[in-house]
Design a protein around this ligand. Structure first.
Ligand SMILES: [Fe+2]
Ligand SMILES: [Fe+2]
Length: 222
């Protein structure tokens, strides 16, 4: 089924990167279908705790790959998912390796870290039966990618360390593309208007969840 209107507001990754480079990051949330922008306090705390955020970022990239692979195993009947999610999983593992290399270069140890409750809370709104559950899962993945893209853009713009700023800016286009991919895949499972409406509903929930918990600093904390 048509996916065009589902993703009409989803950006081209290069365009997002260009906006960020032009210092227009405040426009990005709307273009990524996010219901609310990240608060300035998150960016300040993230910049004060970059080692912690880098470690979480590494875990997030690995989890993104794991999620894609889980969907491949769970839904072999959906042929349209197979090739794009296989490619996405490899790309996310590539990002994981990039973060690991950067951490190694900076003497930051990789290891276990308490995750933010973000993804678990997002899943609380998944509908119980397929295809609705798969649609919601794909849309939540789209929103996670969108929030990651927005926050990488904020870090690219504000981090004083030039190497790190370049690193974050280099990931923006991929995460914006992943946002669009997941929204397009959800659009294969129902009519465009209902998928779009569900995306907007879940975006409201995502904005609530991401702002809720600021007890720890993570890529998706408050
Ligand atoms: Fe990634
Ligand atoms: Fe991604």
């Amino acid at each position: 089924m048509a996916a065009d209107t589902t993703t009409s507001a989803a950006p081209d990754g290069g365009f997002v990167g260009a906006l960020v480079a032009a210092g227009a990051a405040s426009y990005v949330p709307r273009m990524l279908n996010l219901a609310a922008p990240t608060r300035a306090s998150w960016t300040e705390r993230a910049i004060e705790n970059l080692d912690v955020v880098l470690l979480d970022h590494a875990h997030c990239e690995k989890k993104a790959a794991g999620m894609a692979v889980r969907l491949l195993f769970r839904y072999p009947q959906h042929v349209f998912l197979q090739d794009p999610l296989s490619r996405l999983a490899r790309e996310e593992l590539g990002h994981f390796e990039e973060v690991l290399r950067l951490m190694q270069k900076r003497g930051i140890a990789f290891g276990r870290q308490k995750p933010s409750p973000y993804a678990g809370k997002l899943r609380q709104r998944l509908r119980a039966q397929d295809p609705e559950q798969l649609i919601d899962t794909l849309l939540c993945c789209a929103l996670i990618e969108a929030r990651s893209c927005e926050r990488l853009g904020l870090l690219a713009e504000r981090v004083p360390d030039a190497e790190l700023a370049r690193f974050y800016a280099g990931l923006l286009a991929a995460e914006a593309r992943h946002h669009r991919l997941f929204a397009d895949l959800a659009g294969q499972l129902a009519d465009a208007a209902s998928v779009r409406a569900r995306l907007l509903e879940l975006a409201e929930w995502e904005a609530e969840v991401v702002a809720a918990d600021s007890s720890i600093v993570r890529m998706h904390s408050g």
